[in-house]
Structure formats: structure tokens, C-alpha cells
Design a protein around this ligand. Structure first.
Ligand SMILES: C[S@@+](CC[C@H](N)C(=O)[O-])C[C@H]1O[C@@H](n2cnc3c(N)ncnc32)[C@H](O)[C@@H]1O
Length: 241
């Protein structure tokens, strides 16, 4: 894939987002993701599509034995390295479309909002399954299929004045090109059923599937998140081998 996040304009826009500046504290779904993670003490952790390394640093702080953050974007990795001062964390530039971690080399694979960019997710799930040690876990988030499906994603208002998120093309899986941060961005749409099936085919047992929305308490604190309760924005999954 071309490294979208290496594009100067896109990178500048992405760097300005709340979640880029505040890290995990600025990611509304983080409390829900965190609840899916096992205790990290002594674990070998792989973070796929690690971005600025917020999760890698948190995992090291929780006592992980080692953390490898993988990303295809040199700019993202450069920023991650600048922000990291911890010998247990290593960053690696690799394209997840072809990445082959060593068999049984990790105990936990984490990925936040990267897998919807991946075309050959069946191959990647197979590679992750092989890389995990017995009892190992995969915890990841993606943009929810209701979010990725529409050809022109965006809120609209129906005849009764209700705010709605029109969904078209849900069953038509494959690439979607949308305009984001000044660039045409290609994401891969797949149905909820396909994510489940790909994990099962790779040999995983699924522990959790969450169609994430902010809690009422979160909305009280951040009223601008209220619309995220109208349709799922992210899907969170946890699986083990
Ligand atoms: C939305 S950002 C999420 C970053 C970080 N995980 C977070 O949640 O803050 C998606 C990340 O996935 C990376 N990415 C996208 N496609 C990739 C690929 N094929 N191989 C490796 N990394 C990829 C991007 O470079 C970017 O850093």
C-alpha cells in the first residue's frame, strides 16, 4: 500500500486530531478496549499499525516484557520513536499485507483502527495465529462495517427531521474511497459476518465482539460524542488461539 500516513498534508491533519495529541486518553473507545486486555505483566506484545506508539508505551508501562510496534508509515514511526524512551519497545517498519512475525513469538497482538486498511485480512489473521504462543490473544478495533459500507458516508436529516446515517452497499465488500484530511483514503469494507468468519477460519476462538458506542457518562462529559450513539463507529473484537 502507498503509505497514506506519510503524505505531508494528511500527516499534518492526523497529527492535529485529539487522539493524536492526547493519546489513549483522547480515544473515546480506549476504556472499552482496555477492558478486553489481559494483565500485561511479562507478556511479549505486538502492536499492529502502531501509529505514534501510544499503546506500545502504555503496554510497557503495564509491565510487558517486550513490545514491538509495527507500522508502514515512516513518519508515524519517526514520531513514535521521538516520543519513546524505553528499551523494551522496538518499532519496525513493515506492510501488514505481507508481515510475517516469527511463529510463537508473542503472547498478545493488539491493533487499533488499522485492519480496515488491509486487503488480505485472511492472510494477516493466519500470520497472527501462527505468531501467538499457546493461550495467546488478539484484541483489535476497526471502523464498524456500518461506518465503512456507505459510498458517501455522512449524516443526513430525514423527512421527520431525524438525523440518520444512510447505509448503502453493506453486502458489497471491498474498497471504499472517501475524502479525509485532504486525501482520497481507501479502506476495505467487510461485513460483521466476514470479520467473524475470517477469525474462525484462521483458527481463533472469539471471546468478544462489541459494536462500540460511548457510554451515557462519556456523552455527559463530552456532549459532542452524542451522535456516536446513533450508529456504531467502531467494532472491538477479542479472540484467542
Ligand atoms: C488510524 S491510524 C491508528 C494508529 C494507532 N493504532 C492508534 O490507534 O492511535 C492507522 C495506522 O495504521 C497504519 N497502517 C495502515 N495500513 C497499514 C499497513 N498496510 N501496514 C502497516 N501499517 C498500516 C497507518 O500508517 C497508521 O499509523
Amino acid at each position: 500500500m502507498s503509505a497514506l500516513y506519510d503524505d505531508e498534508t494528511f500527516f499534518a491533519g492526523y497529527s492535529g486530531m485529539v487522539r493524536s495529541k492526547e493519546g489513549l486518553a483522547g480515544a473515546a473507545e480506549w476504556p472499552a478496549m482496555r477492558a478486553l486486555l489481559p494483565p500485561l505483566g511479562g507478556l511479549r506484545v505486538l502492536d499492529l499499525g502502531c501509529g505514534f506508539g501510544w499503546f506500545a508505551r502504555w503496554a510497557a508501562g503495564e509491565g510487558a516484557a517486550s513490545v514491538i510496534g509495527v507500522d508502514v508509515s515512516e513518519r508515524m514511526l519517526e514520531r513514535a520513536r521521538t516520543m519513546t524512551d524505553d528499551a523494551s519497545i522496538r518499532y519496525l517498519r513493515a506492510d501488514l499485507e505481507a508481515f510475517e512475525p516469527a511463529p510463537h513469538s508473542v503472547d498478545l497482538v493488539h491493533s487499533s483502527l488499522a485492519f480496515h486498511y488491509i486487503e488480505k485480512l485472511d492472510r494477516l489473521f493466519g500470520a497472527i495465529h501462527q505468531a501467538l504462543s499457546p493461550g495467546g490473544r488478539l484484541v483489535f478495533s476497526v471502523e464498524h462495517p456500518i461506518f465503512t459500507a456507505p459510498s458517501a458516508p455522512g449524516w443526513t436529516v430525514d423527512g421527520a427531521g431525524r438525523k440518520v446515517w444512510p447505509v448503502d452497499g453493506y453486502q458489497i465488500e471491498g474498497p471504499r474511497t472517501t475524502r479525509w484530511l485532504g486525501r482520497d483514503v481507501v479502506k476495505q469494507h467487510r461485513t460483521v459476518g466476514t470479520y467473524v468468519t475470517l477469525l474462525l477460519r484462521a483458527g481463533f476462538t472469539i471471546d468478544h465482539l462489541e459494536e462500540w458506542a460511548p457510554t451515557l457518562e462519556q456523552v455527559e462529559a463530552r456532549p459532542d460524542w452524542a451522535e456516536e450513539r446513533q450508529r456504531p463507529t467502531f467494532m472491538l473484537m477479542a479472540a484467542q488461539i
